[in-house]
Design a protein around this ligand. Structure first.
Ligand code: KIV
Length: 271
């Protein structure tokens, strides 16, 4: 029997217990089998199959173009790799904003076809009916407030959200509404840390931050960003744990050199 079979899986209940006991939650995006396998092995609590796949995997400027089919493809690759982490799948732009019936059928497709464990949706009160309908089908929902990249054309810029009092008050009300509806956690993206702290103290479900300071219940980053694969993205909130861009480029250049010089393959690398 594989050792992995004995691993205690992270569930939405585990996350709630972690918040209750003050244990911080780790979350990272993942989009493919090989990367997700390493992330899962590392002991990550949550792998988010983010619609940021639209940017880092497909090279689009925004998260808007990625389709439900493409999200399901990424999510099913991640699910096949995972033994322990909770796999949360982003509902892509256009798959839930229309009406709650369409939202439910999109969420059901994600759960059935990818094997993911939960979905994430951007927005507050305006999508509450859809969230409620999805929850009644037994599908766990993670909320996402603050800078919600699917609304980038409404915001016009990726700067910090909710610095103004009214937007901050609305965000707190939205967080309360998501909790009351039954969401198991909320991502807060790029908002002042004081506001994020207030939300984490106000609601009892876990608050996971990205660019929202340290006084929340957990953190999430995009895996390509924290590994330093893309050296052109350097926001203040990003801590880079590696410089894979340079390391990979050097490896590729070394390989080209070895192929061109005939050094690769050598005697022991052939049959
Ligand atoms: O798609 C994504 O990667 C996300 C994170 C930034 C939270 O939603």
């Amino acid at each position: 029997m594989s050792v992995h079979k004995n691993v205690k899986k992270v569930t939405t209940h585990t996350l709630q217990e972690m918040k209750n006991s003050g244990e911080k939650i780790s979350m990272l995006t993942g989009y493919d089998f090989s990367m997700a396998k390493i992330i899962d092995e590392s002991g990550m609590d949550i792998i988010l199959v983010g619609d940021s796949a639209s940017n880092v995997m497909a090279g689009h400027e925004t998260t808007l173009p990625i389709t439900l089919d493409q999200m399901i493809y990424h999510a099913s690759s991640v699910v096949r790799a995972v033994n322990r982490s909770l796999v949360v799948v982003d509902m892509p732009f256009g798959s839930y904003q229309g009406n709650s019936i369409e939202a439910l059928s999109s969420a059901i497709r994600i759960m059935k076809e990818s094997g993911g464990h939960a979905v994430k949706m951007e927005g507050g009160k305006e999508i509450l009916e859809s969230i409620q309908r999805i929850l009644t089908a037994g599908i766990p929902v993670m909320g996402h407030l603050g800078l919600t990249p699917q609304s980038i054309y409404k915001f016009g810029t990726y700067i910090v959200r909710a610095k103004e009092e009214q937007e901050a008050l609305n965000l707190i009300e939205d967080a309360k509404a998501l909790e009351a509806a039954g969401c198991f956690a909320i991502v807060l993206e790029k908002i002042p840390s004081v506001l994020a702290k207030k939300v984490a103290e106000t609601v009892s479900i876990p608050i996971i931050g990205i660019g929202a300071g340290g006084d929340v219940d957990g953190q999430v980053l995009v895996v390509h960003d924290m590994l330093g694969i893309n050296n052109e993205f350097n926001p203040r909130f990003l801590r880079k744990y590696n410089n894979l861009h340079d390391q990979m480029r050097t490896a590729f250049e070394d390989y080209i050199k070895d192929v061109r010089s005939g050094d690769f393959p050598n005697e022991s690398e052939q049959y």
